[in-house]
Design a protein around this ligand. Structure first.
Ligand SMILES: Cc1cc2nc3c(=O)[nH]c(=O)nc-3n(C[C@H](O)[C@H](O)[C@H](O)COP(=O)(O)OP(=O)(O)OC[C@H]3O[C@@H](n4cnc5c(N)ncnc54)[C@H](O)[C@@H]3O)c2cc1C
Length: 444
């Protein structure tokens, strides 16, 4: 018998044996309908975490650690964890992809939670169910950690074609997604011309990071001798935070490349003709990084947890308790991270940072563990720290620190310290900070 014949003989005899044994030759594909239960209960009380970014990953670890009797399931659409912190540096090759991208499986194994890669399609708080593309899950506690959504509606209304075109043609790379790779390619292949960069009106994700991105792009163009101009269209009246440190970096390091335009609230955008109209004037561009207004993640809207203004309009952000981050009408449902709405009449929102999301993840984990054990639930007060690289050679960074305490007025009060003096030591501290963070939720 030839090799081919012997293989056929082997396959045929296998089929015959399977048929004789009454088993199918191939296993049935495991295709679960969205209307079916994805994961039946194990008998333990269950915490579902919707979103596996900075807040979700931290919460998953700390719930398992502080409440080992609870089952934890983390749902995330992306196949791997991608860190937005330090991603500006990755755009110009200061750090590599392995530094930012991490498998979800080792931390899930290490701490004993279940990771499921799936798109969350809906949250039904009445039925205590999270619906996903592969079926639904029941929960006892739910932590929504979905980050932000890009709200293009103020620019384009419900013109979905233009929204999709704009996202694809001029990605902002502010949400973990393939946009980061597209933007990196665009920057590194740019041959010259004008790049406009819109900043969202506050509050938005990581307020100092768009200015950092401008500095690092400018460093790249300056070093490669590419005739580029970067126009920062800022709706605020001045650069903030780290006002002085950034102004000095723009003027001293990149005077012919970066122009900061204050009070430039976007009026209209024509992505096809490459023209933008703002309250500070109209601009034509060759390339753009379009950051539209930011809002709480879609998941918060789906869970019907968006806060209301005194006149009943949606704030765009989760309306949750400012210390515990749970819903007033549904205390076992929490929102953490960037989606959280205003905290205090003194300063409004906490900075929308990975550092803050990490603290919130720990605080909520402790609150759930206390409840589960029948103890008086406690929360943890947060702080915030951000380092921003403004020069790549030599490496020089600036930073901002925020401290919080519960004030005598009955609300959280904030102290802000800008470190405007750019220096290498702050870059070294940044690397230490992120290593500690990654180690904290076990992606490093
Ligand atoms: C360029 C840049 C630089 C930054 N630098 C810093 C820094 O130096 N320091 C710092 O502290 N912070 C920094 N940040 C901010 C930081 O990235 C965010 O504040 C942090 O990621 C917020 O955590 P989160 O858990 O709320 O959201 P994310 O980390 O974005 O996580 C949300 C997760 O939910 C998932 N998700 C959303 N919807 C669904 C759905 N329907 N189904 C399934 N999964 C879903 C998303 O895929 C995502 O993984 C930076 C951000 C950017 C963009």
């Amino acid at each position: 018998m030839s090799t081919f014949d012997s293989r056929r003989g082997f396959v045929a005899s296998g089929l015959a044996a399977a048929a004789l044994a009454g088993t199918p030759a191939f296993a049935q594909p495991l295709i679960i309908k969205p209307t079916q239960e994805l994961m039946p209960r194990s008998g333990k009380r269950r915490v579902v975490i919707a979103g596996g970014g900075w807040g979700g990953m931290t919460a998953a670890r700390y719930v398992r650690q502080t409440a080992p009797d609870l089952e934890v399931v983390m749902l995330e659409r992306n196949p791997f964890f991608w860190s937005c912190p330090l991603s500006n540096k990755w755009l110009i090759d200061v750090v590599n992809t392995d530094f930012l991208a991490h498998s979800y499986l080792p931390p899930a194994k290490k701490y004993g939670y279940t990771f499921i890669q799936t798109e969350i399609s809906d949250i039904d708080r009445g039925a205590k169910r999270v619906h996903t593309a592969q079926g639904f899950l029941q929960y006892d506690w739910l932590i929504i950690a979905g980050g932000i959504r890009n709200a293009f509606e103020p620019w384009f209304g419900n013109d979905w074609k233009t929204i999709e075109y704009t996202k694809a043609a001029f990605p902002s790379a502010y949400i973990p997604s393939a946009e980061h790779a597209v933007l990196k390619r665009k920057i590194q292949n740019f041959k010259g011309g004008t790049i406009v960069m819109t900043l969202p009106p506050p509050p938005h994700r990581c307020p100092p990071s768009p200015y950092e991105r401008a500095c690092l792009m400018a460093w790249w163009f300056k070093t490669k001798k590419i005739p580029a101009k970067i126009v920062i269209l800022d709706p605020k009246p001045r650069i903030a935070p780290i006002t002085l440190g950034y102004r000095q970096a723009f003027e001293e390091l990149y005077p012919n490349i970066i122009t900061h335009v204050p009070n430039a609230r976007v009026k209209s955008v024509d992505p096809y003709k490459k023209r933008i109209s703002t309250e500070a004037g109209d601009f034509d561009f060759d390339e753009a990084i379009f950051m539209p207004p930011h809002q709480a993640a879609d998941l918060v809207w789906k869970a019907d947890l968006i806060g209301k203004t005194p006149d009943g309009k949606p704030t765009g952000w989760a309306g949750v308790d400012p210390l515990i981050y749970n819903a007033k009408d549904d205390p076992q449902v929490y929102v953490i991270g960037d989606s959280v709405g205003a905290i205090s009449p003194q300063f409004g929102h906490y900075p929308k940072s990975g550092h803050v999301a990490n603290w919130m993840g720990k605080s909520v984990a402790r609150h759930i563990a206390d409840q589960a054990a029948g103890r008086t639930p406690k929360h943890i007060m947060i702080d915030n720290l951000c380092y921003m690289l403004v020069n790549n050679d030599p490496k020089e960074a600036i930073s901002v620190q925020f401290d919080y305490k519960f004030g005598p007025e009955g609300h959280v009060v904030q102290t802000q310290i800008d470190d405007n003096d750019r220096r290498t030591k702050l870059w070294e501290e940044d690397l230490r900070w992120i290593s500690l963070m990654f180690a904290d939720f076990a992606v490093a």
